[in-house]
Write a protein that binds this ligand. Structure first.
Ligand code: SF4
Length: 590
């Protein structure tokens, strides 16, 4: 019995994602015949191709004719007619240059000529905009996909959108371009990995078509999104008629292995841990929980993935040292929840074995650590190992501010090749940091950023405004922090707070002055929700603070035009190519 694991659109087209590589590797180690496909990059490659875009342009023209024939237009229709007409005007240029644009993204010389890179990026974004407008209100880009109708948050809308040929570009993509590349009759089981909101509609559309066309397939869905909406799924039996035979929540390796064993032997699905399935018209949740830890799982495999197809001149491979978070306390975060409150990590020596082996196999030195936060202790050990083995390595990693971080650690990390560090600052106000249970302070962040920059490392910050009870003055304290520490901060991404279901805040709203959750029925599969609060800024003020911060950034950071629109994997390559100083000053980058 052969199995296929699929990673659907949409994720960044710059590198593979790690879900199917881990599942494939684990299942193969158990003797199963399993292969994986990255439908994300295959979809991007088809979307950004002449045959698909020509169909899109014809569809756009039909829409223009339809709108022009209408006796009156709403404001939305007028705006749509306008963008379709502009798109139609430039469609010839976009289509004739789209192959060249993809080539630039994969070419080791052209990629680093910033003007050429920017033009290629614009052509790619314009091609995706043509698709978005023809399939209005869909929105596709280099960095995300949205249905535009809120269908990824609503079971009712999701059910409608997966069959809506007018608004859903994935029906055309799968039926006329992508599905023909597989011999589906050869498979018994298809697993679809949906790790984020942007994959819900593409992933469910795929599941619906496969379920209808190939009834012999056992379709199983998995990914963190299902762990969060599990309660809803228990009350949604139609989901299992429309899309799949079963759903795996939390970590999938052991449950998938057990599922294959159960299907092969014909025994009961209740034996499979972390499984939601339907039997006799009722949704059942297996009581067993997976017990295997991350450090018992073999390294991922990228075999079966089209490594040369990603939009990058060199492979930039993701690696993962840990699942869960070693800190695990931040009150807004659900990272620990989606790993069942478990934290497990691989030792540094086998991690560096992985880096060494992938480096040789794929002829690359570029790696991105996908961990939410790597500890100073692990970073120290990893750096020691990389230096000792003289491994040519350049990588990025996410981390939190820690007292244990000193100049020696950062010098060692820089020597090893950790060129690009991404920190979760969130806020520089100590009252807010304490309410977040970040376990650090504005002063600590300032000191760590300084010694990290002195070691020659690029410091990127994530932050957001509007944490429950945050005042405008406290938000401005964060903006001031950015200005005062400009020398030690190289890039940043401000945003607005979103309240995640299953976070500490969600479970203890009273501690955060939240008086009411607003959870409309048409957001029943949303992973976040709105709220009312008795203290602090409104959402509108938080948006204003974020906009003000963005405005300051464009004045303070001359390199904003480089990193501001680039996926982080591309920026890692630019950093290695040009160096921190040149990029920071936006000097000699053409
Ligand atoms: S925000 Fe980051 S450091 Fe805090 S618990 Fe979540 S993953 Fe860990």
């Amino acid at each position: 019995m052969k199995s296929l694991l699929v990673f659907p659109f949409q994720w960044y087209p710059t590198q593979p994602y790690l879900s199917t590589p881990y599942l494939t590797s684990y299942l193969q180690s158990k003797g199963w015949d399993v292969v994986q496909r990255d439908f994300n990059i295959l979809s991007y490659d088809i979307f950004l191709s002449r045959p698909f875009l020509e169909k899109v342009v014809s569809k756009g023209r039909r829409k223009i004719d339809f709108l022009r024939d209408k006796s009156s237009l709403t404001e939305v229709e007028k705006a749509l007619l306008q963008v379709l007409s502009v798109g139609n005007q430039y469609s010839g240029t976009i289509i004739s240059r789209v192959d060249e644009a993809k080539k630039v993204m994969r070419d080791p010389e052209l990629f680093f000529k910033f003007n050429i890179y920017q033009e290629a990026h614009t052509i790619i974004q314009s091609a995706l905009k043509l698709i978005s407008d023809a399939y209005f209100p869909s929105m596709l880009s280099f960095l995300t996909y949205r249905s535009g109708s809120g269908a990824e948050e609503s079971s009712r809308k999701a059910q409608a959108v997966v069959s809506d040929e007018e608004a859903n570009p994935f029906i055309e993509l799968y039926e006329n371009f992508l599905l023909g590349s597989e011999r589906w009759e050869d498979y018994g089981i298809v697993g679809i990995s949906i790790i984020g909101t942007s994959q819900i509609i593409p992933g469910l559309t795929l599941a619906r078509i496969l379920k209808k066309r190939y009834p012999h397939l056992f379709i199983v869905l998995g990914g963190p999104i299902f762990s969060v909406i599990a309660e809803k799924l228990k009350k949604w039996p139609e989901f299992f008629e429309l899309f799949c035979n079963a759903i795996i929540t939390f970590e999938g390796e052991e449950p998938l292995d057990q599922l294959l064993t159960t299907i092969k032997s014909g025994s009961s699905l209740e034996e499979v841990p972390n499984l939601i399935y339907k039997i006799n018209g009722q949704v059942q949740v297996s009581e067993r929980k997976a017990t295997i830890r991350f450090n018992e799982i073999p390294p991922p495999t990228f075999d079966g993935l089209p490594v040369d197809l990603y939009l990058s001149p060199y492979p930039v491979l993701p690696v993962l040292q840990s699942r869960g978070c070693y800190w695990g306390k931040c009150t807004f975060c659900t990272h620990s929840y989606i790993y069942g409150q478990r934290y497990s990590l691989h030792k540094s020596s086998p991690m560096v074995d992985q880096l060494e082996s992938f480096s040789k196999k794929y002829k690359t030195k570029y790696f991105t650590f996908s961990d939410e936060a790597v500890s100073p202790h692990a970073l120290n050990d990893l750096s020691d190992q990389i230096i000792k083995r003289d491994l040519d390595f350049s990588g990025l990693v996410m981390l939190r501010f820690e007292k244990k971080m000193d100049a020696e650690l950062f010098r060692k990390m820089k020597k090893a090749g950790f060129d690009f560090l991404l920190y979760g600052l969130e806020s520089a106000n100590n009252r807010i940091l304490s309410l977040m249970e970040k376990g650090n302070s504005g002063e600590l962040a300032r000191d760590v950023l300084r010694i990290s920059r002195e070691a020659g490392i690029w410091n990127h910050l994530f932050l957001f405004f509007g944490f429950p009870t945050e005042t405008w003055e406290e938000a401005m304290e964060t903006v001031e922090f950015l200005k005062e520490n400009r020398e030690n901060i190289h890039s940043l991404a401000p945003g607005v707070f979103t309240l995640n279901k299953d976070s500490v805040i969600y479970n203890h709203p009273e501690k955060f002055s939240i008086t009411r959750f607003i959870d409309p029925p048409d957001m029943d599969i949303s992973t976040h929700l709105s709220f009312e609060i008795s203290k602090g800024m409104s959402v509108k003020s938080a948006e204003e603070a974020s906009n003000l911060c963005v405005e300051q950034i464009s004045r303070l950071f001359s390199s904003n035009n480089i990193w501001g629109g680039m996926p982080r994997e591309h920026f890692l390559l630019y950093l290695d190519h040009y160096g921190m100083e040149a990029l920071n000053k936006n000097d000699s980058i053409q």
